[in-house]
Design a protein around this ligand. Structure first.
Ligand code: GDP
Length: 301
């Protein structure tokens, strides 16, 4: 059994590789819920939906958000009605979100995801990290911003001074899922706003200490492949590099996978992590995704 900790951009690319080689029933995906909130009357769990669409081959790979070839009739009509929305939600994507809102209000988020995964023909388990509503604020040079305002309205441009988020309880069964796994893979997602919220859940860090944990660095050199992880790490005083990423996971990490461009960091990383795997981690085509997934699977003792 393999468990993956996921956000909504880099890790789904890796999931495309993993799902080619790991039997679906042997793959669990614990997904970040930190940024979940209501928009335009529907519950938006962006990372969960990205994982659902990735696992059902519906994902829009241009933005790693929403459904490929979706239409935006409702979104555009809302604008015409003077009711513009911050998030650009496609019509098919909105149907998923409407259904999830209804299911969630009736059964809770975990069960809602289970039902939707089944509807989409997904056999792997997709588990929201928590059923509780989180509260995240990005403290910037222009004031305290809601996460999606920072990301979309301000295009991640303001200088980030700090990030604050509330602690929530883990969804039922998360600790057991980690304990029963042959390995836990931390995908290349934002270490601050996607992975750390999962690590903060009560019992997760301790469970990871007893598991075999492999992390793929989302930082290459001192840059992200996409997204604001570099700004967030800098704001929290963490070195923006694979070494900074490893330092966040140091107490439980067994193997860090870094990009060939970071070969020079290998000996420094070896001082904090048992094993350092160097390979191409820029997943811009299906071959790289599959090869990276295979390297990860082959490294599990
Ligand atoms: P998240 O996807 O929800 O965690 O949000 P972000 O967009 O903030 O973070 C995505 C992270 O994935 C970024 O830090 C990227 O650098 C990383 N990422 C995206 N694509 C790739 C890739 O192909 N390879 C690697 N190594 N990292 C990637």
């Amino acid at each position: 059994m393999i468990t993956v900790l996921s956000g909504g951009t880099g890790t789904p690319k890796l999931l495309q590789g993993l799902k080619e080689i790991v039997p679906p029933a042997e793959l669990n995906i614990i997904v970040n819920t930190l940024e979940n909130n209501y928009f335009s009357g529907v519950y938006v769990s962006a990372d969960i939906d990205t994982v659902l669409y990735t696992m059902s081959d519906m994902i829009n790979e241009e933005v790693w958000y929403g459904v490929k070839d979706d239409t935006f009739i409702t979104h555009e009509r809302l604008h015409e009605l003077g009711c513009g929305e911050l998030l650009r939600i496609g019509d098919i994507d909105r149907a998923t979100k409407i259904q999830k809102t209804q299911l969630m209000e009736r059964y809770g988020l975990k069960k809602a995801c289970e039902i939707q995964a089944e509807n989409m023909g997904i056999e792997s388990k997709i588990i929201p990290m928590s059923e509780q509503q989180s509260d995240i604020k990005i403290i910037t040079d222009i004031g305290e911003l809601e996460f999606h305002d920072f990301l979309i309205k301000y295009q991640s441009r303001p200088e980030v001074l700090d990030i604050k988020f509330s602690n929530v309880s883990p969804s039922e069964g998360i600790i057991e899922t980690i304990e029963n796994s042959d390995a836990v893979v931390i995908g290349p997602s934002n270490p601050i706003t996607s992975i750390s919220p999962i690590l903060y859940l009560e019992g997760v860090r301790d469970a990871l200490k007893d598991a075999h944990v492999i992390a793929v660095s989302p930082i290459i050199g001192s840059n992200t492949v996409s997204g604001p992880a570099n700004k967030f790490m800098q704001a929290l005083g963490i070195e923006v590099s694979s070494v900074g990423v490893a330092s966040l996971y140091q107490d439980f990490l067994d193997n860090i996978v870094i990009d060939v461009k970071d070969y020079n960091l290998k000996s420094q990383l070896n001082q904090i992590v048992n094993k350092v795997t160097v390979t191409n981690t820029i997943m811009n085509n299906s071959c790289v995704k599959r090869e990276l997934a295979q390297i990860i699977m082959d490294s599990i003792p």
